[in-house]
Design a protein around this ligand. Structure first.
Ligand SMILES: Cc1ncc(COP(=O)(O)O)c(C=O)c1O
Length: 394
């Protein structure tokens, strides 16, 4: 018996994630958050007041109308109807209520999807740069994370690299479009080709490879680009959604899973997800959020305004001499660090009151990430600091 005070699995995850956790807990960049005059571009957190309609819906939903108003809630029938109707209308494809499971955000959606389908030693592929938590979420289920690069200039999926990464142990691939952090929306042809590739490999393996479609940013899309969920191109897909990005309310935990209506073994997968939700600590959204769902389903932050912020930042930072590309969607801009050591450059920006995320934390060394959820004042006052930090690094 080990004398260690914690489980070996968690100890390994803590060790894997030490760079991120040390950034969160003890970085001088994090320490400056909230200080006077600082421009905080670190995370996709709100820096403006929430949508008033969201608060009104929650206030209404919090007034009990029956004795079991706050009883245990799972995927409530009214919520399922709202989601299936919304998805069917959006994608012109019939989703039924049985295809949907309500969860507390995409975080839980990913955790329970992985728990439902991954056995010890199963491989789960994901493109890099990724969202930070794919790696620990995969490992926590006993799965083996397999990282695959994307095209370096377009940030599109590298299908040949994915094909090379698939083995007889591959169980799933996570695809996130629009992508955090690159902002890329994967084109239809790429997703069709990926679907063919996954079907062929599943057949060869004699075991299904699932596509986990992380659609957290599906409503944060710019330039009128047509967005279709990657989950629609391949029948063995689970669509994973959170309202936290569309409403910019990540502290209010609600989202859902939607099984592709044509999925094989849909009933077994739904039952496995339901079990996984239960044993993941009741991963269902709170009662009041589910009652508020009919009102909040149609709400969104001002995406046109976010696009204006993107355009302003791309224009002004390019004029200053930074190298960056225009994202198709999401809250994020990836900018090349003028110094090879991106962390060092982020410290220099922090000295000028500008807080950003080092690319090293996102498997993208040599870059830093800006979140466009900083407010307009923060953005406007940041440009002189961005200029001075660049000048001092030349
Ligand atoms: C790509 C991606 N997936 C999932 C999540 C988790 O979203 P939530 O916290 O709303 O569940 C995030 C949050 O940043 C994300 O960026």
């Amino acid at each position: 018996m080990s004398a260690a005070p914690i489980s070996a699995k968690i100890a390994e995850l803590l060790s894997d994630q030490r760079q991120l956790f040390s950034f969160l807990n003890s970085s001088p960049i994090m320490a400056r958050r909230g200080a006077e005059g600082v421009s905080d571009f670190i995370f996709g957190n709100p820096h403006d007041m929430p949508l008033p309609e969201f608060s009104e819906a929650l206030q209404k939903a919090s007034v009990p109308q029956s004795k079991d108003w706050f009883a245990y809630k799972m995927s409530e029938p009214e919520s399922l109807a709202v989601v299936s109707e919304s998805l069917s209308r959006r994608y012109q494809m019939k989703f039924s209520d049985e295809d949907i499971l309500m969860t507390n955000g995409a975080f839980a959606g990913l955790a329970v999807s992985l728990k439902a389908i991954v056995d010890d030693g199963d491989e789960v592929i994901y493109p890099i740069p990724p969202w930070f938590f794919y790696h620990p979420l995969i490992k926590s289920t006993g799965g083996v994370p397999v990282r695959v690069g994307v095209d370096k200039t377009t940030f599109d999926l590298d299908l040949e690299a994915i094909e090379r990464a698939i083995t007889s142990k591959t169980r799933a691939i996570i695809v996130n479009s629009p992508n955090n952090p690159t902002g890329k929306i994967y084109p239809r042809q790429t997703l069709q080709a990926l679907s063919g590739l996954l079907s062929d490999a599943s057949e060869k393996n004699g075991r299904t490879i699932y596509l986990l479609s992380d659609d957290a940013y599906c409503n944060i899309v710019f330039d009128g680009i047509e967005y279709r969920s990657p989950s629609l191109f391949y029948s063995n897909s689970i669509l994973i959604y959170t309202y936290g990005k569309t409403l910019l309310t990540p502290g209010q935990r609600i989202g859902y899973l939607a099984l592709n209506p044509d999925m094989a073994d849909k009933g077994s997968v739904a039952a496995a997800l339901y079990m996984a939700q239960t044993i993941t600590g009741w991963a269902f959204p709170n009662a009041d959020l589910q009652y508020a769902l009919p009102s909040i389903e149609t709400l969104s932050i001002d995406v046109a305004h976010l696009q204006e912020r993107r355009d302003l930042m791309v224009e002004r930072l390019s004029e200053l001499g930074y190298q960056l590309h225009k994202p198709d969607g999401t809250f994020y801009l990836m900018v090349r660090s003028p110094l090879e050591d991106d962390e060092e450059f982020c410290y220099r920006l922090a000295e000028h009151g500008i807080l950003v995320l080092p690319g090293a934390l996102l498997d993208q060394p040599g870059y830093f990430r800006i979140s466009l959820t900083a407010n307009d004042e923060m953005i406007e006052r940041s440009f002189s600091g961005f200029g001075s930090a660049l000048a001092s690094s030349g």
